[in-house]
Design a protein around this ligand. Structure first.
Ligand code: HEC
Length: 119
């Protein structure tokens, strides 16, 4: 079970939802490429295709995370990181995702809330 420090504010609840989406293989599945702390997954069971996200909340703010997760090509045009929030201009889209993004705007905002806690 995932436990985050702090009280039960709405923001904590959103971050907890974000953490669940990050590890969900049908949703973010972010740990396949990134080592992300606080999720109860040993580092050697997480990916290293992308950079470890320790302390990432001190380098970027929530708006940046939302923009980046929606389409990371705005920052890294040739990145292998999927564009989680758009449906236009993609290649090799699995049939079950055709016409809909992998993550909804609410789901992306929840993931951004979790990443913000990584100070
Ligand atoms: C297929 C691998 C892959 C997946 C899946 C992936 N990423 Fe990434 N991500 C990368 C790579 C690679 C980079 C580095 C940018 C580059 O050079 O392409 C990156 C960069 C980032 C950064 C910027 C880090 C920094 O220090 O500035 C963040 C934040 C991030 N990813 C979050 C996520 C989140 C959240 C998810 C899940 C919703 C995710 N990534 C899924 C590969 C991936």
């Amino acid at each position: 079970m995932l436990v985050l420090a702090g009280g039960a504010s709405a923001q904590d609840a959103q971050a907890r939802l974000g953490a669940a989406l990050i590890v969900d293989s049908e949703k973010g599945n972010c740990t396949i490429c990134h080592a992300i702390p606080g999720l109860g997954i040993p580092p050697d069971a997480q990916g290293n295709i992308g950079p470890a996200l320790d302390g990432v909340g001190s380098r970027h703010d929530r708006d940046w995370f939302i923009r980046f997760i929606t389409d990371p090509r705005t920052t890294f045009p040739d990145t292998v990181m999927p564009a989680f929030g758009i449906t236009e201009g993609l290649i090799d889209v699995a049939p079950e995702y055709a016409g809909r993004p992998i993550l909804t705007p609410d789901e992306i905002a929840a993931i951004a809330a979790y990443l913000e806690t990584l100070q």
